[in-house]
Design a binder for this molecule. Sequence first.
Ligand SMILES: NC(=O)c1ccc[n+]([C@@H]2O[C@H](COP(=O)([O-])OP(=O)(O)OC[C@H]3O[C@@H](n4cnc5c(N)ncnc54)[C@H](OP(=O)(O)O)[C@@H]3O)[C@@H](O)[C@H]2O)c1
Length: 298
Amino acid sequence: MKILLLGKAGQVGQELRHALPPLGQLVALGRGDGDLRDQDALLRTVAAHRPDIIINAAAYTAVDQAETDQNAAAQVNAQAVATLAAYAKDTHALLVHYSTDYVFDGNKSQPYTETDPPHPLNVYGATKLAGESAILASGCDALVFRCSWTYALHGKNFPATILRLARTRNRLDVVADQIGAPTPAALIADVTARAIVRHRHHPLPGGIYHLAASGATSWHALARYVVAGAAARGAALALTPDRIRPIASKDYPAAAKRPHNSRLDTTRLSDALGLRLPSWTEGMDRFLDQLSARGEFT
Ligand SMILES: NC(=O)c1ccc[n+]([C@@H]2O[C@H](COP(=O)([O-])OP(=O)(O)OC[C@H]3O[C@@H](n4cnc5c(N)ncnc54)[C@H](OP(=O)(O)O)[C@@H]3O)[C@@H](O)[C@H]2O)c1
């Protein structure tokens, strides 16, 4: 079985490079192997590898920048995805793709299910929704995992930013009225590998699955958790949890609007695969332990 991974350098892409090799022959490509904005080149590249499975972990993920860079965001998040879906349909390949909680407007009071109507608030969310829609419209064999609040030891993410700021700042204002589940990229990669194995033997119903750690927190509570956890592991920080002030989204200047409720109901996925999605605190504790083991807190 030949697996083609796109986006090998991203948070999820790097974790997939660890999780996928036992499943088959893995070819992992990054931006240096071709820009996803060039649809003809993308099609040529994919066709040259003749994959049985295409995993697209590449995306335009700069949420605020997308507001003023709509074309690039649409080319990567929608048009390139449509190209991959058309190829997968023609060749009977499986397409695995990732989407986001930002397809929702966050007005629901409960966690979102896969059947809730999407209504993105920003360009990033709209382009990701267009990508999902292209996959579903193509009729290809596809698994689309909607994820939330992703982080990893590598790459740009919220916990890493908070830890960087905590070294030099002794006060911080953090948004407290957006809630979601911080989800490790490694969990996304592990579940992806498990879903592929399962799908090969007993095909899963295709389409969209919500994939997130269980439980929920706010950005503000998460920032406090990370700073307290790093301090408990010996990090010398200028910031203490009590000096992290809660603020409202409307008081935090950002180009893109974000949903207040990013919680995803993962029942469909956990039932389909028979798995338990660990709590966000388990993932965050492991992340802090790994940073500590790497000597980042000494
Ligand atoms: N991060 C989150 O909080 C979050 C939340 C929900 C869903 N998701 C979704 O989960 C998936 C993986 O996210 P992630 O956090 O791993 O993203 P990431 O770390 O930003 O990685 C995205 C990758 O896509 C590549 N890429 C971007 N534009 C490209 C282009 N024009 N041509 C070729 N490659 C391009 C980037 O290349 P470079 O390394 O060269 O820039 C990067 O390696 C995405 O579909 C994302 O929408 C993420």
